[in-house]
Design a protein around this ligand. Structure first.
Ligand code: SAH
Length: 257
């Protein structure tokens, strides 16, 4: 209940500013956190093993960076979020409305690291075409979308959501199992998330986060029925500890249901 109350004050623009503008979104060096996240996703999708009809992104928030490498490998991308303000922010970008957040530096960077020489506008167009559904979700419900996804997703992605909405590790495991219900057996799950974080800010909202270690991520995936394929982590450099949260690092996990 306290978490729900906290999210009522979540300001999407403040969240974007805190995390998706410099210094965190600085593309001049791979040492910054945003290029690290984009590289994890680009390298994982480059294998070509993760593909299919539908990919669902859980707790998309107001962001699309996490879908830039994914969108080449799926016919449809389903974005989801608990908050209407975030779903509206995403729709503004999909429709290319004035005032939408400018993701073009992210798209250019992903095209560069994917190294296929693709014009970034082509990727932007492809993601907009494939991002047809932006649905409400609550990961605390066994049926997070309110009804089963039919057919189930071929892949699941979730970035900085589950630990940021779970009061403790047990709730994190339950949320992971709930979102696993949206995925077909054998489907791939990719998680990005915060390590050692206890709160983050989004305008007037101060959101509590369950602090995780790498071992917690491993154990949670196993307990929720996933086989771990890869786990990487990133240590937040001092220059990126800007006071918008107390994050120590970031994990990237690739697992299979
Ligand atoms: N994926 C984005 C946003 C993460 S912020 C990124 O990578 O930056 C965490 C998100 O979880 C917010 O968008 C918030 O609205 C959403 N959220 C809050 N409560 C939730 C719930 N019960 N179920 C699913 N998502 C929730």
């Amino acid at each position: 209940a306290a978490l729900r109350e906290g999210y009522e004050h979540f300001d999407p623009r403040a969240y974007l500013r805190n995390n998706y503008l410099p210094p965190r979104a600085d593309f001049s060096s791979e040492e910054f956190v945003v290029p690290w996240k984009l590289r994890c996703l680009a390298e994982t999708f480059a294998s070509g093993e993760i593909r299919g009809r539908t990919l669902i992104d859980v707790g998309s928030g107001p962001t699309i960076y996490q879908l830039l490498s994914a969108c080449d490998h799926f016919e449809e991308i389903v974005a989801t979020d608990y908050l209407a303000v975030n779903r509206e922010e995403l729709s503004r970008w999909v429709r290319g409305e004035p005032g939408a957040f400018d993701w073009s530096p992210f798209i250019q960077h992903v095209c560069k690291i994917e190294g296929r020489g693709e014009p970034w506008q082509d990727k932007e167009r492809r993601l907009r075409q494939r991002l047809r559904r932006i649905l409400p979700i609550d990961v605390h419900r066994p049926e997070p979308l309110g009804a089963p996804l039919r057919p189930p997703a071929d892949a699941l992605l979730s970035a900085f959501c589950l630990e940021a909405v779970s009061p403790d590790r047990a709730a994190f495991v339950r949320a992971l199992a709930h979102v696993g219900n949206l995925l077909r057996p054998g489907g791939h799950a990719l998680l990005l998330g915060a390590l050692g974080e206890s709160f983050y800010l989004a305008g007037p909202a101060r959101l509590p986060v369950v602090p995780l270690e790498e071992s917690d991520v491993r154990e949670a995936l196993a307990a929720a029925g996933f086989a771990l394929r890869e786990l990487r982590s990133y240590a937040m450099p001092p220059a990126l500890r800007t006071g918008v949260d107390d994050v120590d690092g970031v994990f990237f996990a690739h697992a299979q249901k």
